[in-house]
Design a protein around this ligand. Structure first.
Ligand code: NAD
Length: 393
């Protein structure tokens, strides 16, 4: 068994939790050789803290690794993925897989929320195809880092579906919190959109994945998304918004709320919500209503532990849960938040895929369908929620 060598692009939040996941890979020898990020101070600090190489160019990192793990904002995903494929490297891409980031040389005056969503959908799907072509031409693996697929609460539904051969009739889910920490978030040219692509992508991919699992369990044709009706809003940007400082509000040109209604090729449906206006910690859940069972996946929070803390200060050094805001009063401390979120299981699956030459649970098709639904959703919103076909490749 050959050691798998990893190079991480990016030195921020996602690069950090990917790095932790590599440290916990079982049965396969893995080494994170180093990281490359465009901000030299950040990449040096990131690398020094972990005793890995701070590469001063992407090209230098490419030469030394087997896998490129892309943990930078969405606008740079396609470029790094295509170059990595052309150099015969396997690729891991964080969400959002890819999308539309404005016309070439778009400057500060370009506004994604005002741009034509027909063109966006066309261009986003062209980007999906360019990555797919590079991957297949160079026979490398593309692994889509959608952690919800690997979250234990979602994998339990996979087990239930396989046992019951249930037919999922409706799913309802959400990923929300009080606003991303990333400076790129809020600028369409860097992030490719707002709540839809930044957060809604997670429950959306999980819903698409479970319909795929259902079809395999029932031995029927693949079930894929067919159409979407969607609305997006900028609630913290309304004229009369009363800002009391609890929510992030500094978005340039993206939405902070979305609602997507998806109809699948078998006629069943899913409703996905996502927003930046939810206080009290990350709010990540998916509920499944099937013909023979009902299941609720509570990814975060979940009540594995329930804590009452009368004094904020006494827990200042104790981690409770992502984006909680306050540690006083009742809370749900997560004993292992990364595990509940699916981060280590995701990287384990990817390493096993490379080691044993198989495809991941979260694959290129799931990534492509997710992009197709998200940008069809923006087009639907442009037409005030009209039913919009999802272009499938
Ligand atoms: N799966 C999840 O739960 C999850 C959580 C957070 C972020 N993400 C995704 O991870 C990616 C990174 O987000 P983040 O939160 O780590 O952002 P971040 O702002 O914390 O870090 C981004 C890093 O990328 C670097 N960077 C930006 N543009 C670059 C470029 N063109 N070339 C090289 N480096 C560049 C920055 O210098 C920084 O080091 C995004 O796609 C985001 O959607 C996923």
């Amino acid at each position: 068994m050959k050691k798998i060598k990893i190079g991480i692009v990016g030195a921020g939040f996602a690069a950090g939790f990917h790095y932790e996941a590599y440290l916990n890979v079982n049965r396969i020898e893995v080494e994170v050789v180093g990281s490359y990020s465009r901000n030299s101070a950040k990449r040096i600090a990131f690398a020094e803290e972990r005793n890995i190489v701070a590469f001063d160019s992407f090209a230098a990192m490419l030469e030394r690794v087997d896998v490129i793990d892309i943990c930078v904002p969405g606008y740079a995903h396609e470029n790094y993925a295509v170059i990595a494929a052309e150099h015969g490297k396997h690729i891991i891409i964080e969400k959002p897989y890819t999308g539309y980031y404005g016309p070439p040389n778009a400057d500060d005056s370009w506004r994604g929320d005002k741009a034509d969503k027909n063109e966006m959908l066309t261009q986003a799907m062209a980007s999906v195809k360019r990555i797919a072509n590079a991957v297949s031409a160079n026979e490398v693996k593309l692994m889509y880092a959608e952690n919800w697929v690997y979250a234990p609460a979602i994998q339990k539904e996979v087990e239930v579906l396989r046992a019951t051969k249930g037919q999922i009739l409706w799913m309802q889910g959400e990923e929300s919190h009080s606003g991303s920490h990333s400076p790129a978030y809020g600028v369409w040219r860097e992030a490719g959109g707002g709540s839809v692509v930044g957060k809604g992508c997670h429950p959306l991919s999980a819903a698409l994945y479970l319909k795929r699992v259902e079809a395999i369990a029932r031995g029927i044709e693949p079930i894929r998304p067919q159409s979407v009706n969607a609305r997006v809003h900028r609630l913290t940007g309304i004229a009369d918004y009363q800002d009391e400082g609890h929510l992030r509000t500094d978005y340039l040109d993206v939405e902070d709320f979305c609602q997507l209604h998806i109809t699948f090729t078998d006629g069943t449906v899913a409703d996905i919500f996502s927003s930046e206006i939810v206080m009290g910690g990350v709010h990540n859940w998916l509920e499944i209503f099937a013909n023979n069972h009902r299941y609720r996946a509570n990814i975060n929070p979940n009540d594995c532990g329930t804590l009452y803390n009368p004094v904020e200060e006494q827990l200042k050094d104790v981690y409770i849960a992502e984006k909680l805001g306050s540690k006083q009063g009742w809370s749900f401390p997560s004993p292992n938040e990364d595990w509940m979120t699916g981060y280590p299981q995701e990287i384990q699956d990817f390493m096993e895929c490379i080691d044993s030459d198989r495809e991941p649970q979260s694959d290129i098709m799931l990534a492509a369908d997710t992009v197709a639904v998200m940008y069809a959703a923006y087009l639907s919103d442009q037409n005030e929620g009209r039913t919009t076909d999802v272009p499938l490749i």
